[in-house]
Each structure stands twice: as structure tokens, then as C-alpha cells.
Design a protein around this ligand. Structure first.
Ligand code: ZN
Ligand code: ZN
Length: 603
């Protein structure tokens, strides 16, 4: 039974506001049966609000009010988890209340009673001791990783795992197996729920009922699953972002699958990144954090963690060719003609772009916003605002089209390839459902964790577009997706990339199957731009006094935009300065100078 507290306790009000982000003291009566992690009701400025019990406190004001009621018998965190939640609150300058809210699914009160009865008493997970053998043992530093997992290797730090593409699933199963066999629990984080990533499926198949698949589902199912995990019914949890807080005991391993995927970042307060939370949790709870990616993010590279990788190069041959007429290199076309199964990465949507108006000869632009007009699905529309394609100069709807884009690639590939050709879209997201011949055409959204593909050919088209995509991390994101797609050509196929810049470090990294060279230039570029990788960045909105107040905190860089009365600031700070910056921002929030803080915004 969880420990029952009485006397003065610190309570975190369920009010995710930075200005109220401090504990408030209340007197707790034993009869409530509450303790650390309990959801209770307390009076606050004459109203009843909810809050979470953080623990006993010595900070007792003269007039202290009593906790009115316990809202739920569930304990939403214990002391070790509270340490992690506090770390998240400090690291991302986010109210502890918002961190607690993200750490478990929304309550479904009836599930607490009915679900518990239906599920029966908690039984310890069966200790089958299955420890599948796999490729890790033969990897460089693989034995070190496995040893750290088996010995409950707290303090070993984080590992970055860059597997052979066809072993991406196998290394995850092997690491989880080693952890479970050592009698500890494992958490596996995947970046998306639909379609179920191959890594999630493989872990669930390998360890059966011991695994809680904590992704997707309706509110009731999610909350019920969380209660099951908290009750100790599973010693392996596989899930998306929130699973990094899964209430398992005796944590031995946190495994992050495809770390560079955008799905590992929470897009609402507290804007956390799974990579950092996993590493912090592993540190606090004496577990191993393993970060798996074919191309890890700049932040993961900046950690300079131990890299676990195959002893011998496990990468398909990559041919670099000029795009050729209409974006079709003869080498690519002839390779496609011979390929049984192929994937063509075509990042541009649509069939082409409107270049000129056929009626008046003016350059084609959107009449509503001046944006680019694109032919997609048989219709010309603005790529920016979505308005129908009408000439800004004369109102005509006829345009000369420059062909290029996934629809056009589908068309010409259909004439070249021997097998069926299909375009991968949102409604048909899985590139290769079967094993038969065929060609799939798709962009970023098509590159999923689909398991080993064994393709004959992967073509990377329009590679030079990556450099023109907006955002500081656009290039590394493009390289990560290229590498994941290229991995589908293992073990016996090959890759053709079309570019006019064969010496670009991105292209060379793809050829080598190793992003190290790319990051040598990329990390320098990030630093020059004022955003060194691994240095926390905050976007802070507030009053006109904000820029001066932030300047006083000695940021590494500070960019200020003023919109009316509001100042919008982008501040990069040294990692060791984050606690002090957080305290200052909370004080500024109480004084009304800071309105909003977003950590690690998209740059
Ligand atoms: Zn427009
Ligand atoms: Zn016109």
C-alpha cells in the first residue's frame, strides 16, 4: 500500500500557469488516505481547485487551509517519478502542473473502479527469462551496451545505436530481451502509432503479455492501460511520447526508436523531447538510455555518447548522378527498368508547377496571396493559401505547367518499371504491404518504420530541394529520411541519388552511410547561426520590458521581434544556466512581463 501522509503537505495546483508554478502548503488529514501523487481538492482564493500532493513540507505559513477531499484513490506519481517530472519542469521552463498532466492519460474515473475489478488482482509479470540473441553482441561497443543493460548499468550514460538498416528491429528486441532477462523493466519509444511501427510489433511479438502497447486507443482504453502498467502487470511498455513517463518499476532500459523523427517532440507545453527525458530518467533511476537512429539528430551527436554500430560497414552502394532531363537521370531510369521492387523518394507533391499564364503570358502567381500555383490531383491551386488557380494578372485559369513532383514521377515510372507503380499517400501510408514486385513513390510521409524491405533500388529524387527547405534542422531531417529510405535497399539492392551537388556533405554522408562528415559542417553552421546543438532555446513572448530582462540573463544569443506591444524573443542559453533562467522567467511571469514560454521551438 502506498504511504499515507498527514500534516502539512506541498501541493501543486492543477493550474498550468508559470506565474503559479510553485508549491502551496495545505494540511492533509490521514482519513483521506492520500500521499505523494494523490489528486486532491483544495480551497484556493475562495474556490475549490484540484492539485497533486508532492510530499510533506516544512514550509508552513501562519494560516494554512486544509485539503478538502481526495479526488481519486490513484497515485499519479511516486517520489522517483516526481524527481523526473521536476526535472522536465525545470529543463523546459514549464509549469509542473502541465508536466504532471502530460505524464499520464486523462482520467476516466469509472475505469478506476470498474476496470480494476475487471482486471483482477495485480500479478507479477511472468519471468520467462527469454533473452533473444541478436546482432548487438557483434557490434562495436555492443557488448558494452548489453553489459550495462544486464548489470542495471546506471551511470553508464546514454548510448547512440546506429544499426545496420535491416537489423533496426532486431537490435531493439535483443536489448529489451537482455533487460527483461536481468529482471528489470524496459520502455520502448516509437515516434508514431499508425501504422504500427515494425519495432513495436516485433517487441510485442517477442515478449507477449509482458508487453503493454501504450499507443493509440480511446480515452478509456488508454487510461485502463496506464492503470495496468502502474499496477505492475507489464514489465515492458511500448509506446509513443507519453510512454517515457510510463509508471514501471525497476527500470533497466529506455530505448528510443528512430530518434531523429519529429514525432518524438511534444508539440504542447511542456514541449519536451523524448530523447532528453529518457536520458534524464535513465540517469535518475539507474537505467540505460539507448538512442537508435540511422542518422541521429544534431542534439544526439552533440552528446558525444558511446556509439554502437556494426563492426563492418552495412550500407547499400550509393550512386550519385546528375538529375538529367526532366529530373530523370538515365542511370536511374535503367536501374528502375531492371528493378523488381523499388522505392522512389519524391519529396515534391503534385504533378507540376504553373510557370506562366497561357492567356496573358505573365508569370503565374496566386491571385489571392502571390504564392506558388501547383497542379495536384488534376487541379491548379495555390501551394500557400489553397485558393483556386486564377491568374493574378488577367483572371485566366490556363497555365503552362513545368512538370515535376510525385504524381509526375508516378507517371513516368509507370512507363519504365515492369511491375505495378503506386503513390504512397495519407490514405495508403505503407509503401510495401506485400513481397511482390512493384514500385512505390512517396515523400517524407512515406518513409516509416516498416521493417526490412529488401528492395532492389531506392531512388532519391530532387535531393537539392532539401537545402531550400525552411528551418535550421531541415537538412538534417532530410538526411535522416534519405538514410531511412536508403536502408530499404539492404541487403542486396542499391541507391541512386540525383543531385547537382555531389560534394555536398549531406550527399557524402548518404554515400558513406554515416552522418559524421555532414555533422562536422552542420554543427559549425548551427553554432554560427547562434544555435549551437545541445544548447537549450526558448521562445518567450511578453511585454516591452522582456528583451532587457532576457539580456540581463546573459544568453548565448538573443533575437527580438516586436509586434505591437508584444515582444517575441528567441533566446539560446548555456545548458548549466537553465535553472537560473527558469527561476527568472517564473518571476517575470508573476510580474506580467512574461506571457508564454516555448522550449525548443522549431527554428
Ligand atoms: Zn495563395
Ligand atoms: Zn494571365
Amino acid at each position: 500500500m502506498p504511504h499515507v501522509l498527514s500534516g502539512p503537505v506541498a501541493v501543486c495546483l492543477d493550474r498550468p500557469v508559470l506565474a503559479l508554478d510553485r508549491p502551496f502548503t495545505y494540511l492533509l488529514d490521514e482519513e483521506h488516505g492520500a500521499g505523494v501523487g494523490s489528486l486532491v481538492q483544495v480551497p484556493f482564493h475562495g474556490r475549490r481547485v484540484r492539485g497533486y500532493v508532492l510530499g510533506p513540507t516544512d514550509d508552513v505559513p501562519v494560516r494554512t487551509l486544509r485539503v478538502t477531499a481526495a479526488v481519486s484513490p490513484v497515485r499519479f506519481f511516486d517520489e522517483p517519478m516526481l524527481s523526473l517530472l521536476r526535472w522536465v519542469s525545470e529543463r523546459y521552463v514549464a509549469p509542473l502542473a502541465s508536466v504532471i498532466a502530460r505524464s499520464h492519460p486523462p482520467r476516466v474515473a469509472s475505469e478506476e473502479a470498474e476496470g480494476g475489478a475487471r482486471r483482477g488482482p495485480a500479478s507479477p509479470a511472468p519471468g520467462s527469462g527469454v533473452s533473444p540473441t541478436g546482432p548487438l553482441a557483434g557490434y562495436r561497443r555492443g557488448p558494452e551496451l548489453l553489459g550495462a543493460i544486464r548489470s542495471g548499468g546506471g551511470g553508464e550514460g546514454a548510448f547512440v545505436v546506429r544499426p545496420a538498416p535491416e537489423e533496426e528491429v532486431g537490435v531493439a528486441v535483443e536489448a529489451v530481451g537482455a533487460c527483461l532477462a536481468a529482471g528489470r523493466s524496459a520502455v520502448v519509444l516509437v515516434p508514431e502509432a499508425e501504422p504500427l511501427p515494425a519495432t513495436a510489433r516485433a517487441v510485442a511479438e517477442a515478449f507477449g503479455d509482458r508487453v503493454a502497447l501504450y499507443l493509440g486507443g480511446d480515452r478509456r482504453a488508454r487510461y485502463g492501460k496506464w492503470l495496468d502498467i502502474a499496477a505492475g502487470r507489464h514489465d515492458c511498455v511500448v509506446g509513443t511520447r507519453p510512454a517515457v513517463f510510463a509508471p514501471v518499476g525497476r527500470l533497466g532500459l529506455v530505448w528510443i526508436s528512430r530518434e531523429s523523427h519529429a514525432g518524438h517532440r511534444e508539440e504542447r507545453a511542456p514541449y519536451y523531447h523524448v530523447r532528453e527525458v529518457a536520458a534524464a530518467r535513465a540517469r535518475l533511476q539507474g537505467a540505460v538510455a539507448a538512442i537508435e537512429a540511422l542518422c541521429p539528430s544534431a542534439e544526439a551527436v552533440a552528446w558525444a555518447a558511446a556509439e554502437v554500430a556494426p563492426a563492418r560497414r552495412a550500407w547499400p552502394p550509393v550512386e550519385v548522378v546528375r538529375p538529367g532531363p526532366e529530373g530523370r537521370a538515365p542511370r536511374l531510369v535503367s536501374a528502375l527498368r531492371r528493378a523488381g521492387r523499388a522505392f522512389l523518394f519524391a519529396p515534391l507533391p503534385g504533378y507540376g508547377v504553373a510557370r506562366v499564364c497561357r492567356a496573358c503570358g505573365e508569370p503565374a502567381t496566386c491571385a489571392a496571396c502571390g504564392g506558388l500555383l501547383r497542379l495536384e490531383g488534376g487541379k491548379v491551386a495555390c501551394a500557400v493559401c489553397g485558393a483556386g488557380g486564377v491568374c493574378a494578372a488577367c483572371g485566366s485559369r490556363g497555365f503552362g505547367i513545368v512538370r515535376g513532383g510525385a504524381e509526375r514521377v508516378e507517371e513516368w515510372a509507370g512507363r519504365v518499371a515492369g511491375g505495378p507503380v503506386r503513390r504512397v499517400g495519407p490514405e495508403d501510408p505503407s509503401p510495401f504491404p506485400g513481397q511482390g514486385p512493384g514500385v512505390a513513390v512517396g515523400g517524407y510521409e512515406a518513409v516509416k518504420d516498416a521493417g526490412p524491405q529488401g528492395l532492389d533500388l531506392v531512388g532519391i529524387l530532387d535531393a537539392d530541394l532539401a537545402a531550400r527547405r525552411p528551418g535550421l534542422a531541415a537538412r538534417e531531417k532530410a538526411l535522416a529520411v534519405w538514410m531511412e529510405a536508403a536502408g530499404w535497399a539492404r541487403p542486396a539492392g542499391r541507391v541512386v541519388i540525383q543531385t547537382n551537388h555531389p560534394n555536398d556533405p549531406m550527399v557524402q554522408a548518404l554515400v558513406a552511410g554515416n552522418p559524421a562528415r555532414f555533422y562536422r559542417s552542420e554543427l559549425a553552421r548551427r553554432e554560427q547561426a547562434g544555435f549551437p546543438a545541445g544548447f537549450p532555446v526558448f521562445r518567450v513572448a511578453g511585454s516591452g520590458d522582456l528583451p532587457g530582462a532576457l539580456e540581463a540573463l546573459e544568453p548565448v544569443s538573443l533575437l527580438v521581434t516586436t509586434v505591437g506591444d508584444e515582444a517575441l524573443c528567441l533566446a539560446t542559453v548555456r545548458p548549466d544556466r537553465v535553472p537560473a533562467v527558469g527561476r527568472a522567467l517564473r518571476e517575470l511571469a508573476e510580474r506580467g512581463v512574461v506571457a508564454r514560454v516555448e522550449a525548443e521551438p522549431h527554428l
